[in-house]
Design a protein around this ligand. Sequence first.
Ligand code: ADP
Ligand code: MG
Length: 150
Amino acid sequence: MTEMFETTSPEETEALGQRLASTASPGDIVCLSGDLGTGKTVFVKGFAKGLGVSEPVVSPTFTIVQEYREGRLPLYHFDVYRIEDPEEMEEVGLDEYFYGDGVCLVEWAGLIKDLIPENAFDVVIEKEPEKGDDFRKITLIRPESRETLE
Ligand code: ADP
Ligand code: MG
């Protein structure tokens, strides 16, 4: 199922992330795509807040994955922007995260799409310059296994 949203501020995008987090289950994977600066990390911040994480979410650009354990479920925040070869991800032990007890949010997931399980959520964030600097179109695609709204 595909849902479309429009936001006009970072706070609104955060609120959307927060809302998705409220229905998150262990093993959920959320792939985030969109150009640099569209709001993927902003969405993750909202998601973290929705799980009850109070520590600040920082972009894990240099570590590939950042873990947050203080929320309702463990949150694993990936940013694979700097990955040059998907094989680099093997060192990270991706499956431990993907098939683990937490929720994975993956920025730039398109770069490792062959490694992403089929049951992932997709969040695509796009700007529409003619609608202003702060406008974002956000498309949420739920996996078939999660099509009912809890
Ligand atoms: P990304 O992780 O996609 O590279 P960031 O989340 O780090 O992008 O940055 C998004 C930037 O866009 C932030 O500076 C944020 O304040 C700004 N912004 C403006 N409008 C919005 C909006 N509607 N939703 C999300 N971010 C927005
Ligand atoms: Mg980012």
